[in-house]
Design a protein around this ligand. Structure first.
Ligand SMILES: [Fe+2]
Length: 229
C-alpha cells in the first residue's frame, strides 16, 4: 500500500472538536439564509430526490456560494490556518471554497454512493466534514467502516465537531433524511503537499481543475509540529 493511502487511512473516521465561539459557522450561515438551518426546507418548495448531477444545484447552494467571499471566506481561512493545521502533522493545500451540503427531509444530500477515486480525485487528498445542523443518526454520512468492508457506519457530526475520512477508497453516501429537520454541513479536501502533483483531472460536476491555485489554495499551510510517518 502506498504511504499516502496509509496516511489517509489513519484519518478515516477521526473526530476533532473546535470552538464554536471562535468559529461560529452556524450563526454566520444562518445570517446568510435568515432562518434556522434546520427549517430551510420550509422555505424552498418541493424537490425530487437528488442524483449525482443535481445534488449541488438548489437555490440554497447558489445562495451559499454567492455569499461565501463576503461572509465566510475570512473565518474559513482562519479556521484552516489555525485550527485544521493542528489536526495535520504536515504541510497541505486546502480546498479554497468548501462544498455545501443540504439534506432536506425526504431527500438525500449526496446523490449516489461512491468513492471519490471514481470522480478523478487523487490519493493525496483527505476529506473533512463539518456539521452545522442535524448531522445525526441516519441523516449523517454513511460510510464503509474500512476499505473493502461490508460494514457501514453513520458518521455523525454535531455542531462543534469535525471529522475526517477516507473518501478516496471508502464507499460513502447518504440515505433519505427521514427526520423533519434539514441537515446542513460543509466539507473540504486537503492535499498533502509532499504527495501533491498538478494533473489534468477535472471534476465530474463542473469540469473545473483540481489543481493548486484553482480548486486548492495557491500556497500551502505549513505544519507547526511535523511528524514523519
Ligand atoms: Fe464523495
Amino acid at each position: 500500500m502506498d504511504l499516502e493511502d496509509k496516511i489517509r487511512e489513519s484519518y478515516h473516521c477521526k473526530k476533532f472538536s473546535y470552538s464554536t465561539q471562535k468559529y461560529p459557522f452556524k450563526n454566520l450561515v444562518e445570517e446568510i439564509f435568515g432562518v434556522p438551518l434546520g427549517d430551510l426546507h420550509k422555505w424552498i418548495g418541493e424537490y425530487n430526490v437528488f442524483n449525482r448531477d443535481n445534488d449541488q444545484n438548489t437555490i440554497l447552494h447558489k445562495v451559499f456560494y454567492s455569499n461565501f467571499n463576503n461572509k465566510l471566506k475570512e473565518i474559513y481561512n482562519d479556521f484552516i490556518n489555525n485550527q485544521v493545521k493542528e489536526y495535520l502533522k504536515e504541510d497541505f493545500y486546502y480546498q479554497k471554497i468548501p462544498t455545501f451540503r443540504v439534506g432536506l427531509p425526504g431527500n438525500k444530500f449526496v446523490g449516489e454512493f461512491h468513492k471519490d477515486s471514481q470522480y478523478n480525485h487523487k490519493g493525496y487528498e483527505i476529506n473533512f466534514n463539518l456539521g452545522l445542523s442535524n448531522y445525526l443518526g441516519k441523516a449523517a454520512l454513511k460510510v464503509q467502516k474500512e476499505r473493502y468492508s461490508n460494514d457501514y457506519i453513520y458518521l455523525e457530526c454535531p455542531y462543534g465537531e469535525i471529522f475526517s475520512f477516507d473518501h478516496i477508497n471508502c464507499i460513502h453516501g447518504s440515505e433519505t433524511n427521514v427526520t423533519d429537520i434539514t441537515m446542513v454541513s460543509f466539507d473540504f479536501r486537503i492535499a498533502l503537499k509532499r504527495f501533491y502533483y498538478d494533473s489534468d483531472a477535472k471534476s465530474i460536476g463542473n469540469q473545473s481543475s483540481f489543481n493548486r491555485g484553482f480548486y486548492f489554495s495557491d500556497e500551502p499551510v505549513n505544519a507547526s509540529h511535523k511528524k514523519n510517518i
